[in-house]
Design a protein around this ligand. Structure first.
Ligand code: ARG
Length: 286
């Protein structure tokens, strides 16, 4: 649990800017109990269900992709009866070694918050806050170098943004989500390293779009087609971008900006409204 070393940049890049990837530590949960048995977002259709074995295969490929990029992956045991527990991003927010615990919106997921908090406590994270206000962890909190971007409108409450700011000692910037397909911030925006983002503007209220334009004038702006395959639910280590393979325009744009896209197929997990980022909780140390 110390500062992670800089990942070596082995391949000569033809890209305009040389990007540096940092080694990350991720927490993931194997989708052994994955299913679509209830609907809490517009992607979920219990009558159509989902193929658990295929979800496990896709998840294993994601885990292998992280290992191949040199990242460390820890695993939390899946719990029967919690079909969405695979979406580890929602389990907590971990910044500077401090854990702001999740408090889920829907009763179907309530038990996940304490489960993730217990894992983090048992794995060396001594400072864990059991949140008073409803929040869904890294689903709605995205940590940048200077600020934490925080979504609201569907799940996480503004009061939780304030609670997280006070607990973590980092400025939290509230962003309002307006399209139910993009119910978590991480379905509409991802961090490109610590000081830039990619996002889908139409997912945000006019005021929040103006905030994003002001904070990130060089942002990568994605279109409807890429957003509609959850292409914004991506994971970037500063150089590589693990991203849904169907987000082809965004993948090309990212490559043009000097990033190395790592396409993955998460089509089965998307039936619950999730993608690569949803399956990934970053553990950030001091
Ligand atoms: N079915 C889950 C829900 O609606 C999906 C969560 C996806 N996670 C995320 N970080 N966007 O809560």
């Amino acid at each position: 649990m110390s500062v992670m070393p800089t990942m070596e940049s082995s391949t000569a890049s033809t890209a305009p800017t040389a990007r540096t990837g940092l080694k990350r530590h991720y927490l993931m949960c194997r989708p052994e109990h994955f299913a679509v048995t209830y609907s809490i977002n517009p992607w979920m259709d219990p009558s159509a269900g989902a193929d658990r074995d295929e979800a496990v295969r896709q998840w294993e490929a994601l885990r292998s992709a992280y290992a191949g990029l040199g990242h460390e992956v820890s695993l939390i045991d899946p719990i029967a009866g919690l079909p969405d527990m695979v979406f580890a991003a929602n389990g907590a927010l971990v910044v500077g070694g401090r854990v702001y615990g999740a408090r889920f919106t829907h009763p179907e997921r309530h038990a996940e918050g304490p489960a993730y908090a217990a894992w983090l406590r048992a794995n060396g994270f001594g400072e864990v806050l059991d949140a008073e206000h409803t929040n869904e962890g890294e689903g709605d909190f995205l940590t940048m170098d200077e600020v934490i971007l925080a979504g609201t409108g569907f799940r996480t409450r503004v009061a939780a943004h304030q609670e997280a700011q006070e607990f973590l000692g980092r400025p939290v910037v509230t962003l309002r989500l307006v399209d139910p397909r993009f119910y978590h911030l991480d379905t509409a925006l991802f961090a490109l390293g610590g000081d830039n983002v990619a996002y889908y503007p139409e997912a945000f209220s006019p005021g929040s779009r103006a905030v994003l334009e002001r904070l990130f004038p060089d942002a990568v702006v994605a279109g409807e087609r890429d957003a509609a395959v959850l292409g914004l639910n991506a994971v970037c280590d500063g150089r590589h971008v693990v991203i849904n393979a169907e987000a082809t325009d965004l993948i090309a744009t990212l490559a043009g900006h000097g990033y190395e896209p790592v396409p993955v197929d998460m089509s089965e997990l998307r039936k619950a409204g999730g993608g690569p980022k949803c399956c990934t909780l970053e553990l950030r140390y001091p």
